[in-house]
Design a protein around this ligand. Structure first.
Ligand SMILES: Cc1cc2nc3c(=O)[nH]c(=O)nc-3n(C[C@H](O)[C@H](O)[C@H](O)COP(=O)(O)OP(=O)(O)OC[C@H]3O[C@@H](n4cnc5c(N)ncnc54)[C@H](O)[C@@H]3O)c2cc1C
Length: 446
């Protein structure tokens, strides 16, 4: 252990004074699981990452990585091994000629967009401003104003530390196995990304948002209507439905309990945006309250999401992708809605496209995505909250095509982290590149 302290400025072993404080700080939310790495280190640059991985190999320790610490289930926190905290790897270099940004994995979404905005550029980061780019991109990345394309598909190249402790570049032409796997295998990736080279895009000019609310008792009608109306919306419109607690649109500090159907679009003009949202202005459900379309910005969406999923709370989350008919799903969704564990908790329905791009590991076998979020503040509710998300999603497995890795709960309920052929390919690549299992694999399979 002492020799790792010669490699980095900060390393703390289990049993030492600062260990528990460092362990708690790894996880963004308050529900920090009882898992205990042997050593936690903080690195400042990619050379240190490589040295620590080689040190781990020499000491027969497994390795896990942490970037922004937002994994709901704290996947970086494993039992044993060395946990490498990459949060200080947060540099951003923007090349405005090529529209490529080189970004450290510890960079938060809002930091990247704040740096890009003066150049008239943007990147589809996580909706919550403080999500780390590292875990977000590895897990696919379902980004703000990103259209229905995973943000990892905007990765042009990565710099990676391999299980052998070598630093390599991976892209479409070299080290292609790493490039394939890093775009979508999430907590199942067999390397540490030290830098992402990203395509960035012209910043959208006009953003508009329109919301329709329903009483909680009409959640099924709202969902059926959301599914119907989604057929009339083009791909640029982001449509989601929250059943449970959601912030008031006028005063987001107020939490309503009911159903919120919200659609956001970024377009070239206000007329185009209003036309894109028009199908939502016609809702046959009598109790529906249709709001006015109002201008919005990426920064406002960040702020709203901080109200929906505020820091400082305990969380339990689980999810599924599905293509099942709504009639098949309602019996399994009903206990989720009927037993919300707290006023802030909610069930999210969200629409994606069911593409199956073979060029990357990412799997989004939708088109529908359902995710349950328990948000509460009392540790004595942990068991109930965890059971609410886990047991209800388990009961829906017959209709599930798999889980979305950025909202995974695999340690408690292991179920199809990738589509079957992609999982098989990933495990083959793991055998090839990390046969000695230097890196922890998916939670739930250790
Ligand atoms: C409030 C909130 C809002 C969210 N909104 C969205 C959203 O809009 N869209 C979306 O897609 N997701 C969203 N997420 C989920 C989020 O993208 C994932 O939890 C993601 O893993 C977080 O990345 P991180 O770097 O912050 O997390 P971390 O906990 O640091 O990392 C998660 C896992 O990724 C792996 N990992 C991280 N960095 C590296 C690296 N550099 N090299 C190798 N492996 C690494 C590790 O296995 C690690 O356990 C949200 C999460 C929260 C808490």
């Amino acid at each position: 252990m002492n020799d790792v302290k010669d490699l980095v400025d900060f390393a703390v072993a289990r049993g030492e004074d600062d260990y528990e404080e460092a362990r708690q700080a790894i996880v963004w939310q308050q529900n920090v699981p009882d898992r205990f790495p042997d050593v936690i280190v903080k690195v400042k640059n990619q050379a240190e990452v490589a040295r620590v991985v080689r040190w781990a190999a020499a000491n027969d320790l497994k390795v896990s990585a942490r970037s922004g610490g937002h994994a709901w289930a704290a996947s970086s926190l494993r039992d044993g091994g060395v946990l490498i905290d990459l949060s200080a790897l947060n540099s951003i270099d923007v090349d405005v000629e090529s529209n490529i940004a080189q970004v450290g994995p510890g960079t938060k979404g809002e930091q990247l967009n704040a740096r890009l905005a003066p150049h008239g550029l943007f990147f589809p980061t996580g909706h919550c401003p403080s999500v780390g780019l590292g875990g977000f991109l590895l897990g696919g990345g379902y980004g703000v104003a990103g259209g229905k394309r995973e943000s990892c598909m905007s990765v042009r190249a990565i710099d990676v530390v391999t299980p052998q402790g070598d630093l390599i570049r991976a892209d479409e032409t070299q080290n292609v196995d790493y490039f394939w796997a890093a775009r979508g295998s999430g907590a199942g990736f067999f390397g540490i990304v030290t830098s992402f080279h990203l395509n960035v895009y012209p910043r959208p000019t006009v953003g508009m948002n329109l919301s329709v609310t329903f009483p909680l008792s009409r959640w099924e009608d709202a969902l059926r209507w959301g599914l119907t109306v989604s057929d009339k919306l083009d791909d640029d419109v982001e449509l989601y439905l929250l059943i449970g607690g959601f912030p008031d649109m006028e005063d987001p500090s107020i939490i309503n309990v009911g159903v919120l159907v919200a659609a956001t679009v970024f377009a070239d003009s206000e007329d185009d945006a209003l036309a894109a949202l028009h199908p939502l202005t016609d809702c046959p459900v009598e109790e529906a309250a249709i709001g006015d379309a109002r201008p919005t910005t990426i920064e406002e969406i960040y702020a709203l999401n901080d109200f929906i999923d505020p820091p400082g709370y305990r969380y339990a989350v689980d999810n599924m992708w599905t293509s099942a008919a709504i009639d098949d799903l309602v019996p399994g969704l009903t206990p989720i809605v009927d037993n919300l564990p707290s006023p802030r908790s909610y069930l999210l329905w969200w629409l994606w496209t069911a593409d199956d791009d073979q060029t990357a590991a990412v799997s989004s076998p939708g088109p529908s995505f359902y995710s349950a979020y328990a948000i509460y503040d009392d540790a004595s509710d942990d068991e109930r909250a965890i059971a609410w998300v886990t047991d209800n999603m388990r009961a829906l497995e017959p209709w599930s095509n798999g889980v979305q890795l950025n909202d995974e709960n695999l340690g408690r309920r292991f179920f199809r982290p990738l589509t079957e052929p992609k999982l098989k390919k990933l495990e083959g690549l793991r055998d090839k590149h990390d046969g000695g299992r230097r890196f922890f694999a998916f939670p739930g399979v250790e």
